[in-house]
Design a protein around this ligand. Structure first.
Ligand code: C2E
Ligand code: CA
Ligand code: CA
Length: 556
């Protein structure tokens, strides 16, 4: 490579000397037509290639996780040279290890095209510069933990960008890998790190200078973009999602949270927190991987957070108690059973309703723990009645669908019955009607075979009620409150209730109505052939001692 004539024609001695004196970066002047180049200052590649970018690739100085991004970059440069380029510069951030580096470091490669009179790219000036640690952070390669200046730098870039786009809207977009821990566990931490680097490097290529991004913690990244229409956000996310999902055949799912900036004077930190809340709101949701922030979400998530924070302590401090709601015979008024319902007597917040904590427990798996606790209380209660010489009534307990496939409910219940030693017909099981008929059907059969009385809870509240009736062997139908109240209002509805009741009897199912709030409802049910009811008309769910008093009063 001795033909540097045209290079020295194009670049004056002055320019070449000043570039040579630049201690901070590496300069390569490339004659793209003559296929020669000259390295100024530090030399990082041999001189005998024809293409310096290809040389960088060949000399194994690029971090393997950056190579594919680099290849994309090289083909952009190449296409610029061959076809002419709309832009006169191209750049990439790249993790590389040059002489003197102990590990891969973040470098910036900037290619400036020098266009000749004919409009073709004649030369390229390649500048390679190592980022300082703080810069590298704001580029997303280093985490918060590796530089204490990092958050300020990211915030500064955001502010700069917001000031630039005063006429546009701004969105904070956060994403992470769902169950990233599993990747580390299954493939090793090195692979986990590689994936995170792949994210950083790819984002560097995809995003422009007006789209700051940063890696917040382990696998959580934040990008801030400007936009005109909200659709653009979704397009943007889909692009990111498709580029980053899947690395060397490893499958994972990205979860995004979006917070659109409503008040630019708000601290960037708080704006970021909103994106976090949005992301957390869709965690574990199989159907959705993009969450949007809104005010309501915030209160919900706050409550969810306190519930999750406090639940374990609550068990230790006996804050979960069992209430009993009596079931009555409509014609005689006698108590014929009870349903066990959980209440959380929270040390700060007072009584928390199951409607608030059960859905959260069902999501996070704590429901099994709570149910085991309530089941045991119910069994103990039956034993206590027997011991106290009170005529026992069956207690029905709620079985959540969440653990039906994974936990051997039947063995556990049989164990409890053994421990408290009472006839199995005194414990009844309520399972909500469900779409998943096959799995449920098998478990219900197993429970029935073991001798339990099975109640189909909330009948008429879902959409699969009739299907479920056909396939699953329940003993008792529990008509849902909404079914009762809504259908009671019209003649047509009343007919449907009436026929549901007679149909159930026809196929050998017993029937009880729940949510009975008026005497009128009770009498109507009774006329239709349903003689059992549970509801506020008789009693709300009450603490055990109150229930016991009532039981003795009413039944003896
Ligand atoms: P569910 O099993 O359908 O329980 C009946 C719910 O209806 C109870 O609400 C009860 O207080 C309420 N209710 C009863 N009669 C009336 C009435 O006349 N009018 C009105 N408006 N409501 C009535 P609660 O106790 O708030 O429980 C809500 C749900 O939480 C339960 O619905 C059940 O699905 C779940 N749950 C409660 N405790 C447990 C538990 O220990 N384990 C499990 N897995 N779920 C539970
Ligand atoms: Ca129930
Ligand atoms: Ca119910």
């Amino acid at each position: 490579m001795n033909n540097t004539n045209s290079l020295s024609d194009r670049f004056s001695d002055f320019v070449i000397r000043s570039l040579e004196n630049d201690k901070k970066s590496i300069h390569i002047l490339w004659d793209c037509c003559g296929n020669t180049y000259k390295q100024l200052g530090r030399r990082i590649i041999a001189d005998d290639y024809s293409d310096p970018l290809a040389a960088i690739r060949k000399e194994n100085i690029i971090d393997p996780s950056s190579v594919s991004a680099y290849d994309v970059f090289c083909s952009q440069v190449e296409s610029g040279i061959i076809n002419g380029s709309e832009r006169n510069n191209l750049e990439i951030d790249l993790s590389m290890k040059l002489e003197g580096d102990s590990d891969y470091e973040l470098y910036h490669i900037y290619v400036l095209f020098l266009i000749g009179k004919n409009g073709k790219v004649e030369f390229a000036h390649i500048n390679i510069r190592k980022y300082t640690e703080a810069e590298a952070f704001s580029k997303g390669v280093l985490s918060v933990f590796s530089s204490d200046k990092a958050p300020q730098i990211f915030a500064k870039r955001i502010t700069r960008m917001m000031n630039k786009f005063t006429d546009k809207e701004i969105a904070f977009i956060q994403f992470d890998v769902e169950r990233f821990k599993l990747i580390n566990d299954n493939y090793g931490v090195e692979v986990g790190d590689e994936i995170l680097k792949f994210f950083s490097n790819s984002l560097n290529v995809i995003l422009n200078d007006d789209q700051p991004f940063c890696r917040l913690t382990a696998d959580v990244f934040m990008i801030v973009i400007s936009f005109d229409e909200e659709d653009e956000i979704l397009d943007f996310i889909h692009m990111i999602d498709s580029m980053l999902t899947g690395y060397n055949g490893i499958e994972y799912r990205l979860v995004f949270g979006v917070a659109i900036v409503e008040d630019r004077s708000m601290h960037t930190r708080r704006l970021g927190d909103n994106a976090t809340l949005a992301r957390q709101s869709v965690k574990g949701n199989a159907l959705k991987n993009i969450g949007f922030y809104n005010g309501r979400l915030k209160t919900e998530l706050y409550q969810q957070q306190t519930i999750e924070d406090d639940m374990t302590e609550a068990v230790i401090h006996n804050e979960f108690v069992m209430y009993l709601q009596p079931k009555h015979c409509i014609s005689s008024g006698r108590i014929i059973g009870a349903e066990a319902l959980a209440r959380w007597i929270h040390h700060d917040r007072g009584i928390i309703s199951p409607a608030e904590f059960i859905p959260i427990f069902e999501k996070n798996g704590f429901i099994l723990k709570l149910d085991l606790l309530i089941w045991e209380k119910a069994c103990k209660q039956i034993r206590d009645w027997i011991d106290a010489g009170i005529e026992p009534v069956p207690i029905s307990i709620n079985i959540s669908r969440e653990y039906l496939d994974s936990f051997d409910v039947v063995s556990k219940l049989l164990e409890l019955i053994n421990k408290y030693n009472f006839p199995i017909n005194l414990l009844q099981l309520e399972i909500t009607e469900t779409v998943d008929t096959e799995g449920t059907s098998a478990v219900v059969r197993k429970m029935k075979d073991a001798g339990f009385t099975m109640l189909m809870d909330d009948f008429g509240s879902g959409y699969s009620s009739l299907n479920m009736l056909k396939t699953t062997q329940f003993d008792v139908l529990k008509i849902d409150r909404s079914f009762l109240s809504e259908f009671m209002e019209s003649e047509r509805g009343r007919k449907i209730i009436e026929h549901t009741i007679s149909m159930s009897k026809d196929i050998g199912l017993d029937i009880i109505a729940e949510g009975v709030e008026t005497n009128e409802q009770a009498q109507f049910l009774n006329r239709c052939g349903c003689d059992k009811a549970q509801g506020f008309y008789y009693s709300k769910p009450i603490p055990v001692d109150q229930f016991n008093k009532k039981l003795i009063e009413v039944n003896t």
